[in-house]
Design a protein around this ligand. Structure first.
Ligand code: HEC
Length: 120
């Protein structure tokens, strides 16, 4: 037993030092920063904040002569233009400086959803 003691001592030291295991924390998966995608835009929320005062919740309120969006049949390009630049008579606000291009397109599509006849 006496002879084994130094061997056990060495074995203990080797075990205590570990096998040189790499304990550096690795980057957790799926931590890329979020990028705003068109499908993430909450058109209904923007509508309630920016558009409801004139157009109403259902698009047909017509405050200040706002177009009735349940009856409007204009195309997407016309809507993107009027939302970006405002109405020619200056009543509707130009949102080009307020909303991003993606948001404006999402809003143009959203306004089309008020007209049942335009629903695909
Ligand atoms: C200050 C009042 C006002 C606000 C706020 C407003 N609008 Fe308008 N909107 C109008 C008026 C007035 C017209 C009609 C303009 C015309 O035909 O010359 C109009 C017309 C439109 C049209 C064209 C409909 C058509 O085919 O004739 C769209 C689309 C539209 N608005 C979307 C929006 C969206 C989206 C928002 C919010 C981001 C918004 N509007 C906010 C007053 C407003």
């Amino acid at each position: 037993m006496k002879r084994l003691f130094p061997l056990m001592f060495i074995a203990l030291i080797v075990l205590a030092c570990g096998g040189g295991e790499d304990t550096t924390p690795t980057e957790a998966p799926g931590t890329t920063p979020p990028v705003a995608k068109a499908q993430d835009i909450d058109a209904k929320k923007i509508w309630k904040i920016r558009c409801i005062a004139c157009h109403g919740l259902y698009g047909d309120m017509g405050t200040n002569g706002a177009a009735n969006l349940q009856e409007a049949t204009s195309d997407l390009a016309y809507r993107i233009n009027i939302i970006t630049n405002g109405s020619e008579n200056g009543v509707m606000t130009a949102f080009g400086e307020i909303l991003s291009e993606e948001e404006i397109e999402a809003m143009a599509k959203y306004t089309m959803s008020f007209n049942k006849a335009l629903e695909q």
